[in-house]
Ligand binder design. Structure first.
Ligand SMILES: [Zn+2]
Length: 335
């Protein structure tokens, strides 16, 4: 082994050891650098973690699975399907010579946390719900239908569901008040919230009246481009919210899965954005866009209290699923 190759080999092993808790088999790691990103071969990672890897379409679409979860990835695409629910990656999957490669940042901040959810240090007791907009900020409005009123009504319904399940809930606003964006995560921290979930309804731009369905956001990883419709570039540096990258993604995924499964709405997938409430949150955080107020049919459904309660139940279920998957396991009884 030449000096350069040995150096590469050793640094890859160190990188792998630092990145994954599971053992990684020596000598099997293959990497690729593409567009300034480091990619690792998916097959190496799957083998090292004893996951199954199957090509669904040769040279194009690959599935990695274990007993609990399956992910489907497609060459040149950023859209990953996680047990059927969409999650946008930060970088496209690459297929070279029938081998799939995934960006290291996507492996670390999306795939690994989904397969082995990171543990929350304590029991989750307090949830901060953030009804979007308020006061002079109406959010999207059409006629007498204001987003700010509907997000507050939805938050009250989610609060009722979570309270019934034994959790403490704090709202960043309980009335039609204007609350500055940076103040919302601060309030959540002051009230010792373990999670922050911001609630909004969507609107499509000119000519997009047919857009419909749910999407859930978590914070974009450092250096990556966002995957909201605007794909905002700008400052890609670190924010406090990036400390929870792995838990943010699990929370967003479980919320999105619950919305899609319980409401039967179009899955617009988990996306990444540098929204202010997500950037400054010092606890795991996600932002739900529960549906399009700009779509006449979906707008009517959202205005219906019965449908909103169903949505609130789905959001509460997503939060409870997150709680179950990340809380410390009770230790086995001592002998
Ligand atoms: Zn909004």
């Amino acid at each position: 082994m030449s000096g350069a190759v040995r150096w590469l080999f050793v640094s890859l092993l160190l990188l792998a050891a630092a990145t994954f808790a599971a053992p990684v088999s020596a000598g099997a790691l293959e990497r690729l650098d593409f567009g300034g990103q480091r990619y690792l071969r998916l097959g190496d990672w799957a083998r090292a973690n004893q996951f199954d890897l199957t090509w669904l379409q040769s040279g194009k679409t690959v599935k990695v699975s274990n007993r609990n979860l399956s992910i489907v990835l497609t060459g040149d695409s950023k859209l990953m399907l996680v047990s059927g629910v969409g999650v946008w990656l930060s970088y496209p999957v690459m297929v070279r010579d029938n081998k799939a490669f995934i960006a290291l940042v996507d492996l670390k901040t999306a795939v690994v946390p989904l397969f082995s959810p990171p543990r929350h240090p304590t029991t989750i007791r307090t949830i901060a719900l953030d009804p979007g907009h308020g006061g002079r900020d109406r959010g999207f409005s059409k006629g007498s239908r204001f987003e700010k009123n509907l997000t507050l009504l939805l938050a009250q319904d989610v609060r009722d569901q979570l309270t019934k399940a034994g959790l403490k809930v704090v709202l960043t606003r309980a009335t039609d008040d204007y609350v500055e964006l940076p103040d919302r995560p601060v309030l959540a921290r002051q009230r010792k919230a373990d999670l922050l979930v911001s609630l909004h309804f969507n609107s499509a731009g000119e000519g997009g009246a047919e857009a419909h369905g749910a999407e859930t956001y978590c914070l974009t990883p450092v250096g990556a481009r966002s995957t909201n419709v605007q794909g905002n570039g700008g400052n890609t540096g670190p924010s406090p919210g990036n400390l929870c990258n792995d838990r943010n993604l699990v929370l967003a995924y479980l919320l999105q899965r619950s919305l899609v499964k319980n409401l039967g709405v179009e899955d617009r997938a988990v996306r990444r954005a540098r929204f202010e409430v997500l950037c400054s949150a010092e606890m795991p955080a996600a932002l739900v866009e529960g549906g399009f107020l700009s779509n006449p049919q979906e707008g009517n459904r959202i205005a219906d209290p019965v449908y909103r309660r169903k949505m609130a139940k789905a959001i509460a279920e997503g939060i409870l699923a997150y709680k179950r998957s990340v809380e410390p396991r009770p230790s086995p009884p001592a002998n």
